[in-house]
Design a protein around this ligand. Structure first.
Ligand code: GAP
Length: 528
């Protein structure tokens, strides 16, 4: 326990969570995930020797492999598996007008509020949502108590709808969220502050209600570039990769002789100056997105929206994570440019949260860039014999959030039949950082030489690790903890029968395999 506490205290973002949410929200399991990620070289706090930088993380030796593998799984599913999708790699810096056209300069804001005593800054909407969440938690507690009291006769639906205390908490939560949404939609920041005061929300750090006014805070990071000819030298770190695709629409369409419908995919860093960055790599200030814009004929967007919903869910499910861990969240309130939008939510250790967004963005972005650039961003449709601005279906997923989803689902602590325990990272095999460990049973009798020969033969095709230190059981445990699907052990018999023992991570079953069959065996087992 102590180890986790030290880790939490070294990560500024987490201290804030501890205070903002009830402790129950940060379950033991989540602490273990963070601790495991650090201990085994997956994720470190950025510049940790200087006490870290809030909401910025570095991927370690195994983390970067896992991240590369997830990115490549996404890229192949888009670019390699669709003959009408191509990939690009646009720069992070873009002409500043890009962000005026996209609406980010005017509207990419969060409402923030400062506590004058603690000097801590909060998202006003998050403070109010946390208040609403607490009301819901109180209702859930009442329901749990009633469940125990009434046993099998308990009718939860009826209780929710009729018990005055439960109904009171739930109605209050809904009312608070609705009042806030109305105030934000009307850009009435004074009303947002009033709501915080009426609800008597106190600063989780100082405990006081001494708040500043609510102000809008633009989430884009800006920096300066000296060489822009028009004199405006403020440029932004892109807050999404999508705009790099829109501004290259014409280039790609012409140079690739693309015909609608077609898609452009891109992965890369995005930056948002999140006021409340929380939950480890779930919400960061520097993160990576995997986005694809699919350009379609106006009027056909709803069928493509459906198509991409199916495709994307299949992509998630092919990783072997159960369907029950995913759910759809359709947006009730659509952005002014969208005519349909839905999120894929994942059951993270802290509950269901957005993992991916699928949006039908109409012709908003291309039309806005057309207007601001004065360049025609249109497609000539040979069948209709006319030009039009294509409509767009966007799929947008966070790479880091996918990492967290996969990693948190995979980490398990198991009690074995002999009473011992093991920590195992049951990653999808094709995503594992190390595909196989090559282990000589002992460090003598020609076993290391033979193991190294196998390593050299297989390393061209697979990411491997050679390990001869410690007893074989401990080496297995180390590989379990980093998610290595196969341990290949060279033993006494190997020297005479040219075969090895292959231990599979999840079942821990061992099979004897001829050395010259290893490559085929691994290829077969590691298929998506
Ligand atoms: N182009 C559309 C777009 O950027 P978004 O919902 O703002 O939409 C898409 O972001 C995805 O990017 C999210 O579903 C999430 O997975 C990821 N994402 C957004 N903000 C993030 C952050 N601060 N840290 C980590 N991932 C983030």
């Amino acid at each position: 326990m102590l180890r986790y506490r030290i880790l939490l205290e070294s990560m500024h973002g987490f201290l804030v969570i501890l205070h903002l949410n009830s402790k129950s929200m940060i379950e033991d399991i989540f602490k273990k995930i963070i601790s495991h990620a650090k201990e085994y070289g997956f994720i470190f706090q950025s510049s940790e020797i200087y006490d870290g930088l809030s909401a910025v993380y570095d991927y370690g030796q195994y983390g970067s492999e896992l991240k590369n593998n997830i990115r490549s799984y996404w890229w192949r599913s888009m670019v390699q598996h669709h003959e009408n999708i191509v990939g690009i790699d646009a720069a992070i810096f873009m002409h500043p007008t890009t962000w005026r056209a996209s609406g980010h300069v005017d509207a990419f804001n969060d409402p923030l509020i400062d506590n004058k005593d603690s000097k801590k800054r909060y998202r006003a909407d998050v403070l109010i949502e946390d208040y609403a969440e607490k009301q819901r938690q109180k209702a859930e507690k009442e329901i749990e108590k009633a469940k125990k009291r009434f046993g099998d006769d308990f009718d939860e639906k009826m209780y929710r709808e009729t018990n005055p205390r439960v109904k009171g908490y739930l109605d209050k939560a809904d009312e608070v969220v609705a009042t806030m949404a109305k105030a934000l939609a009307a850009e009435d920041l004074a009303a947002v502050k009033q709501l915080i005061e009426d609800l008597e929300i106190a600063c989780p750090i100082s405990g006081s209600r001494n708040w500043t006014d609510v102000r809008q805070f633009n989430l884009m990071f800006d920096t300066r570039m000296g060489s822009l000819s028009d004199g405006s030298d403020t440029i932004y770190l892109r807050p999404e990769t999508a705009q790099g695709i829109f501004v290259n629409f014409l280039n790609v369409m012409k140079s690739g002789r693309m015909k609608v419908p077609f898609g452009i995919a891109q992965t890369g860093k995005a930056f948002r100056n999140e006021i409340v960055a929380r939950q480890f790599i779930f919400r960061m200030r520097e993160f990576e997105q995997m986005e694809m814009q699919f350009f379609v004929k106006p009027g056909t967007e709803m069928e493509w929206f459906k198509y991409w919903k199916e495709q994307r869910m299949n992509w998630h499910l092919k990783m072997g994570i159960p369907e029950s861990k995913y759910r759809w969240h359709d947006h009730d309130k659509l952005a002014h440019y969208a005519n349909a939008a839905t999120d894929v939510e994942f059951d993270f250790p802290f509950g269901f949260k957005e993992l991916e967004g699928i949006h039908s963005r109409t012709d908003f972005d291309l039309s806005a860039h057309q207007e601001h650039s004065g360049k025609k961003l249109q497609y000539f449709d040979p069948e209709l014999n006319e030009n039009y601005v294509p409509y767009v279906i966007e799929t947008s997923i966070g790479l880091d959030r996918t990492f967290l989803a996969v990693f948190s689902h995979a980490l398990q602590e198991e009690k074995l039949e002999d009473g011992s325990e093991r920590t195992v990272l049951r990653l999808p095999k094709f995503l594992a950082p190390i595909k196989a460990a090559i282990l000589p049973l002992v460090k003598k009798d020609g076993m290391p030489e033979m193991a190294k020969k196998i390593f050299d033969e297989l390393k061209l095709d697979f990411m491997l690790q050679y390990d001869e230190k410690d007893a074989i059981g401990r080496r297995y445990r180390r590989q379990d903890a980093i998610g290595t699907p196969f341990c290949i052990t060279v033993d006494n018999e190997s020297l005479t029968d040219n075969s090895v023992t292959v231990r599979e991570r999840d079942s821990m079953k061992q099979a004897r395999i001829a050395i010259d069959q290893l490559r085929t065996y691994l290829f077969d087992q590691l298929k998506v």
